[in-house]
Write a protein that binds this ligand. Structure first.
Ligand code: SF4
Ligand code: SF4
Length: 187
């Protein structure tokens, strides 16, 4: 058994009935994660996305969860308050079936990091920017297994290998390493 430690679990509760589809959450999330910060905004880079169908009054904010290399064999449809939601609508995964929750250029999976910042944000930015209070931030303390820090790096690499192939990723890493060594020697 691994070591247990106390961890603050951060969650965003979504009140679908209050969302009007304004997309402010997508804008601020993509701006916060731009490099440099706030230099651009592009909803395709946001870690929260709106499933929108104005004609059926469907506005569903979904924020990015884990990457999965496996596509679902079966999919669920949800009918809530008489509104039918698309099969992948409520899913938080970055997966091979769709482009959502993937960095548009690199195709690396995007995952909500609760706006990790230094100093920390008082609340995640999408919550702060949602003037309709459709996003509600909550924290609780839980005992969890010791985190494996390597996990996120491995997920990113796995996704790049899926997209570009092992040889291409290996060549790029080796080229970057050579360039870095050359730069270190000059200094
Ligand atoms: S900012 Fe709030 S109301 Fe606007 S789309 Fe996002 S969740 Fe919905
Ligand atoms: S909490 Fe931060 S990273 Fe997560 S979806 Fe909201 S703005 Fe994006």
């Amino acid at each position: 058994m691994g070591e247990k430690k106390k961890k603050i679990i951060k969650t965003i509760k979504i009140d679908v009935s209050k969302c009007n589809g304004c997309r402010a959450c997508e804008m601020i999330c993509s701006a916060f994660h731009a490099t440099p910060k706030y230099s651009s905004n592009n909803p395709a880079r946001s870690r929260i996305r709106l499933v929108r169908d104005p004609l059926r009054d469907i506005y569903l904010p979904v924020y990015a969860g884990e990457y999965t290399a496996a596509e679902c064999m079966g999919r669920d449809k949800y009918v809530i308050d008489g509104k039918e939601y698309e099969e992948c609508g409520l899913c938080r995964a970055s997966c091979p079936s769709r482009d959502v929750f993937k960095e548009p250029d690199s195709k690396l999976p995007l995952k909500c990091d609760m706006c990790e910042d230094d100093p920390p944000q008082e609340k995640p930015l999408c919550v702060q920017w949602c003037i309709n209070d459709a996003l509600i931030y909550e924290e609780r303390e839980e005992e969890v297994d010791e985190e494996v820090k390597q996990e996120d790096v491995e997920i990113g690499l796995e996704s790049m290998i899926d997209t570009y192939g092992w040889d291409s990723v290996l060549n790029t890493v080796s080229r970057l390493n050579t360039a870095r060594l050359a730069a270190t020697k000059k200094t």
